[in-house]
Design a protein around this ligand. Structure first.
Ligand SMILES: [Zn+2]
Ligand SMILES: [Zn+2]
Ligand SMILES: [Zn+2]
Length: 259
């Protein structure tokens, strides 16, 4: 199984439009972050996208993406779904399942109403099927995906576990029942917006504390804003003295995992 980071930035991306701070003007390529999203590829080529942010087309081109078997949506905030229309070229000849929570399915039906209504024939619409993932999860080829409920401020959102990989973007708290479902991970990816606390996201310190509790084989951080350069995030991860490797992710990073 392979995990590819298409984007690792917070909602406005980094650099931030109109900002000249040291991160936004950094020449370290790891300080350029598209909106957060990953692709997971199984051993038989099955390909799952988690979230389709506003840069999805650019991210897909950069990654050479040519196949999608399912999309998993964490929540319907703009930075996670407004690139959903751009999956269109990968839905030729098939209908692409898009899994989300019932509330987010209702939001996606509104935002992308044209895709679910009759009319506008002759192309121009992504062929999507919105579906709930359910308690037991779903199988996408050899990949088994489970939804992991998380709190994003007061909003209930989803993280996902696929085999021994868990992706928990956009969260400020992980309910006890979800913590129980996150044991034995090879790779944990967690929201770590910035060093200072935030009402709807984990801070760097909170993310490291959460990881310490879950004790994965490896930790990577995502949904990062422009408060701290990549190199300093890396230094703080090292200084935390965790018993497993921990680092901020960056766009284009690929991780190979035992399936
Ligand atoms: Zn977000
Ligand atoms: Zn900035
Ligand atoms: Zn969000």
């Amino acid at each position: 199984m392979r995990v590819l980071f298409l984007g690792t930035g917070t909602s406005h991306g980094v650099p931030v439009l109109g900002c000249a701070c040291r991160v936004c003007s950094s020449d370290d390529p790891r300080d350029s972050r598209y909106r957060s999203s990953v692709v997971v590829e199984g051993g038989s080529g099955e390909t799952v996208l988690i979230d389709a942010g506003p840069e999805f087309r650019l991210q897909g081109l950069r990654a050479g993406l040519s196949r999608l078997d399912a999309v998993l949506v964490t929540h319907a905030h703009a930075d996670h779904v407004h690139g959903l229309d751009d999956v269109r070229p990968l839905t030729r000849g098939k209908v692409l399942p898009v899994y989300a929570s019932p509330d987010d399915i209702a939001e996606l039906r509104l935002r992308f109403s044209y895709a679910f209504e009759d009319g506008q024939e002759g192309g121009g619409k992504p062929r999507l099927r919105l579906a709930e993932i359910g308690e037991r999860g779903i199988d996408i080829g050899s990949l088994r995906a489970e939804a992991i409920p998380l709190m994003h401020g007061r909003r209930r959102v989803l993280g996902y576990r696929i085999g021994n990989f868990a992706y928990l973007t956009d969260c400020s708290a992980v309910p006890t029942e979800s913590m129980r479902r996150l044991g034995g991970l090879e790779l944990l990816v967690v929201d770590a917006l910035r060093p200072r606390p935030h009402p709807t996201h984990l801070s760097l310190g909170e993310a490291l504390d959460l990881a310490r509790e879950l004790n994965p084989a490896r930790l990577l951080l995502t949904h990062i804003c422009h408060d701290l350069p990549h190199a300093e995030y890396e230094a703080q991860c090292l200084a935390a003295g965790l018993p497993f490797p921990a680092a901020p992710a960056f766009d284009g990073l690929e991780v190979e995992l035992p399936s």
